[in-house]
Unconditional design. Structure first.
Length: 352
């Protein structure tokens, strides 16, 4: 039964329209409240899930495995700028320090309890726990080691290497800061690891490779000359850690960008990266800042650039590492086409 609007009075019609409007408004308000309740419950549910994840993350954080040698490296961080010293130093496990003469190889016997250095032999007592020795190489110097397993190591200027006196565990591990070339003795039963800061590592069975991981550098690089290696980096994130890794074949370089937390690989002539182990520094199509960084460490000098220098231009050349600075300066002037002034007192080279 529907109302007959024709017979209704004006007052009744107004009253009826008012009630209809109120009914419509009520239905709209009820629908709006229902929608708000739905949204509120959804937001609450999402928040609860997020809160649960955060609580779980805090209660059960992902454990990062830190090797014994990394723990030792973290507990014995070098104080002072050893890079500015004038001698290579061997620090024994009992903290005794031995100054290493130039062109001397630090050689261990297979048991790791006898060290040949400076044409002398040092006896190091065996212990139940693993003993770590450290070699510190200042700017302008280089070092050569023969480890207990037969692995050969060349350390570049401004580098530090921590290693066990003997490899008595299931794996062989060393810790590097700076730059080193490793000719690893093959032992399939005991993989070899080069650990570095920033959760970076190189795993190898038997090969020849270069690792550059100087403190303060934006990138860590590994170049492979022979064999095969796997480089790995544990990324740091809010909800845990994700390890990225890649395998290198001969002639490949892996570059880790610490800021972006990415690893990029490329194939190129890697021979120049090993040249310093033979007494000369060879660079090919390198930008000037990178060349100067190398020369700073090789010759223990500081470069200052005055005026405008094309930062994108690349250069190629070579320096003998036993050349005196005057010859190095003349070679650099001829290479880059700029004048250089050397202050012997401050060991500062100004590029004009």
């Amino acid at each position: 039964m529907y109302p007959n609007f024709k017979i209704l009075s004006k007052e009744a019609k107004a009253d009826l329209k008012s009630r209809i409007a109120e009914s419509i408004a009520f239905e709209k308000q009820r629908a709006r409240r229902k929608k708000l309740r739905t949204i509120s419950w959804s937001v609450a549910a999402v928040f609860c899930v997020f809160l649960g994840l955060v609580v779980t993350f805090k209660q059960e954080p992902q454990k990062i495995t830190i090797s014994t040698i990394e723990q030792f490296a973290n507990s014995t961080k070098t104080t002072g700028a050893f890079e500015k010293s004038n001698q290579v130093k061997l620090v024994l496990s009992n903290q005794e320090t031995v100054a290493v003469a130039d062109s001397t190889t630090i050689a261990y016997n297979t048991l790791g309890n006898k060290i040949s250095v400076n044409n002398k032999q040092i006896d190091q007592k065996n212990a139940l726990e693993t003993q770590f020795n450290t070699v510190l190489v200042p700017y302008g110097k280089r070092a050569h080691l023969s480890l207990a397993d037969g692995t050969l190591v060349w350390l570049n200027s401004g580098s530090k290497l921590i290693y066990p006196t003997a490899f008595n565990t299931q794996s062989r591990e060393v810790f590097l800061e700076g730059e080193g070339v490793f000719d690893v003795a093959h032992n399939a039963a005991k993989p070899f690891f080069v650990r570095a800061a920033n959760n970076y590592s190189v795993r190898v069975l038997g090969t020849l490779f270069n690792v550059s991981c100087y403190t303060g550098d934006a990138k860590v690089s590994t170049a492979l000359l022979r064999g095969k290696v796997r480089v790995a980096y544990a990324k740091k994130g809010f909800f845990g850690n994700d390890t990225i890794q890649t395998v290198l074949n001969p002639g490949m370089i892996a570059a880790l960008d610490l800021k972006k937390q990415t690893i990029q690989t490329s194939k190129q002539d890697v021979e120049p990266l090993f040249s310093w182990t033979k007494g000369y520094y060879e660079f090919s199509q390198q930008k000037l800042p990178l060349v100067l960084d190398k020369l700073t460490r090789y010759y223990n000098v500081t470069f200052v650039i005055n005026g405008e220098v094309n930062q994108k231009e690349t250069y190629s050349g070579a320096f003998k590492l036993n050349d005196d600075l005057e010859k190095v300066i003349k070679t650099l002037e001829a290479t880059i086409g700029l004048e250089l002034d050397y202050d012997a007192k401050t060991r500062k080279i100004t590029i004009n």
